[in-house]
Design a protein around this ligand. Structure first.
Ligand code: NA7
Length: 545
């Protein structure tokens, strides 16, 4: 009876990935009737869609795990330092089964529109399969890197060979043996997949627009010292992660670059290169690396030196060396054999800064200098990040008939990255304005969800039915976001953090750059100061502030 009746729930969640699963678990435990609407036919979110060769987590998996249930932690053992996509997907399936979550997830259901009914104080969600849901609270758990960016290259539909997107990799095995393969894009997805594609393909041609910094993952067993730290005091380790800057417990670095000799800096850098850990290199070398261009350049120079040592052809090494952005301002990558892959005779690097792509034809890719005939094109071209998956529900119509796409026309506006003025009872997990994408996602997701569900419980206890950010609070959050962004280097790179990767998208540093711990304490302070910046209403109360 599809669409015949509207399902009535307290809370509707969109997305059954890392966030949606934990959200459903918490909502149920708190006694809210809930449903999760999921476009895919299984759980997993990002890890369901990104099945390309080499897809892995690049935060150590002992950190990239749920921490809400100590029994779950002991029931699951990761097999390596950085788990592969299939293992993470198995983990999320294991979690869904363990807490019996699937019964409240409607798979194959894409939410197409959402409308706030002010009189009923409820959201009505419509879907692509006719199902409709009415809910008091509507929570987007749609992830930050879920809406693939369309390739904005002329002629792409006229290509007669095989076309794959890393972010929508087919579920069946793809055979690349004996084929001429092109990969467009050298972000994390390109850098992870290129070495494995090169092993299979007859010839691989990589089309690179902007080189990215990558460090060796040194994958293998989880490092004994990290395991010992975790197992020595699991609760303490997790708590330290929650209050850290990036969601992984490392001590704060106090030494600044100019206090260290060249030899000391090299020694620290050597340790970081050997550690194979992004959070380590981003936070542990010297305190000014993320906030000062000079401190950053000292580190970037050392990485460029490594690239020159790893890549035999000096011209290719130069093309692979980033010079247009500070290290860390664009998401750096972890790789396994990435740079060494360019030493293979069957791999060609095309530097699009010197010869831009002019078109895709029936037989391949043309630059303004050369023609490349290929059998397969892999687009590793990234996502309409942070806002794309939220705006894919279109329209989201809030109070007074306002649409979110109009309100966000000049860039996303949020309060705490979780709520939007004019859109009562709507929450976004890891939305723009949250620190999540600059952190260990697992830690940010649990914080956002705990904060949100705790608010719903408190509102129920107080007999309140709506919660909405004030315009004043939202404007204040935008100012604070901008102040923090001025102190870091993220504004100095054209990236998905700033919207610069999508033609026509409004420019602005979208994540909160102040760090996970400071963000957590702001969220807690909002509560302890009587829900500062929110307007709460209920049937028995006149409007409260
Ligand atoms: P990214 O990091 O956004 O990388 C996309 C890559 O594709 C990047 O090198 C882009 O170059 C390139 N790109 C995008 N569009 C084009 C066109 N039209 N022509 C040529 N090259 C293009 O996405 P990923 O999927 O690799 O990683 C996303 C995140 O997932 C990653 O940051 C981790 O957090 C995990 P550009 O740099 O824009 O010049």
């Amino acid at each position: 009876t599809r669409g015949a009746t509207t399902q009535q729930v307290d809370v509707a969640v969109v997305g059954a990935g890392f966030a949606g699963l934990y959200l459903l678990h918490r909502l149920r435990k708190a006694g809210f009737t809930s449903v999760v609407l999921e476009e895919a036919d299984d759980v997993g979110g990002t890890w369901y869609w990104n099945r390309y060769p080499g897809a892995r987590c690049d935060i150590q998996t002992i950190d990239y795990s749920y921490t809400f249930d100590p029994e779950l932690e002991s029931a699951w053992q990761w097999s390596e330092k950085y788990a592969t996509q299939p293992e993470i997907l198995r983990y999320l399936g294991f979690v869904a089964d363990r807490y019996d979550l699937r019964g409240d997830i409607r798979f194959g259901t894409k939410v197409t529109a959402a409308t706030w009914d002010q009189a009923a104080e409820r959201w009505l969600l419509t879907t692509d399969n006719g199902a409709t849901v009415s809910c008091r609270y509507y929570i987007m758990a749609t992830g930050c890197l879920s809406a693939p960016k369309p390739p904005e290259i002329d002629g792409v539909n006229g290509f007669k060979g095989e076309v794959y997107f890393t972010g929508r990799w087919p579920h069946e095995e793809i055979k690349l043996g004996g084929k001429r393969v092109a990969v467009i894009g050298t972000g994390s997805s390109g850098i992870q997949s290129i070495p494995l594609i090169a092993e299979q393909a007859a010839h691989l041609t990589v089309f690179q627009r902007t080189p990215n910094f990558a460090l060796p993952a040194h994958n293998g067993p989880a490092p004994a010292d990290r395991i010992a730290l975790l197992e020595g005091d699991r609760a303490g380790y997790r708590e330290q992660a929650r209050w850290s800057l990036a969601g992984v417990p490392w001590p704060q670095q106090m030494a600044v670059s100019w206090q260290l000799t060249d030899a000391e800096r090299r020694e620290r850098f050597g340790r970081a290169w050997a550690a194979g850990d992004l959070v380590y290199i981003l936070t542990q070398l010297w305190a000014d690396q993320a906030v000062d261009v000079d401190g950053n350049t000292l580190l970037a120079d050392l990485i460029r030196e490594k690239i020159r040592n790893l890549v035999k052809d000096p011209e290719i090494a130069a093309a692979l060396s980033p010079h247009d952005h500070p290290f860390g301002a664009k998401r750096p990558c972890l790789d396994t054999n990435y740079y060494a892959t360019y030493n293979r005779p069957d791999v060609t690097l095309v530097n699009l800064r010197q010869e831009p792509i002019t078109s895709i034809t029936a037989s391949g890719i043309n630059t303004d200098k050369r023609k490349f005939d290929v059998d397969v094109i892999v687009f590793a071209t990234g996502f309409d990040a942070m806002t794309g998956a939220i705006m894919a529900v279109h329209p989201i119509t809030g109070r007074g008939g306002k649409s979110l796409s109009d309100v966000w026309a000049n860039g996303p506006q949020t309060y705490l990255g979780l709520t939007v003025a004019g859109f009562p009872n709507l929450f976004m997990i890891t939305g723009p304005g949250s620190p999540s994408v600059l952190s260990n996602m697992a830690v940010s997701i649990e914080q956002h969800i705990d904060w949100t569900v705790d608010r719903l419980i408190a509102m129920r206890e107080a007999g309140l039915t709506t919660i909405e950010a004030t315009e004043t609070a939202q404007a204040g959050w935008a100012r604070h976001m901008a102040d923090c962004a001025t102190l870091t280097l993220h504004r100095l790179a054209n990236t998905w953090y700033t919207g610069a990767n999508v033609p026509g998208k409004a420019w602005g540093v979208m994540p909160y750059t102040g760090g996970v711990g400071p963000y957590r304490s702001i969220c807690n302070e909002v509560v302890s100061r009587g829900m500062l910046g929110f307007r709460l209403t209920g049937p028995n109360s006149s409007e409260q502030c």
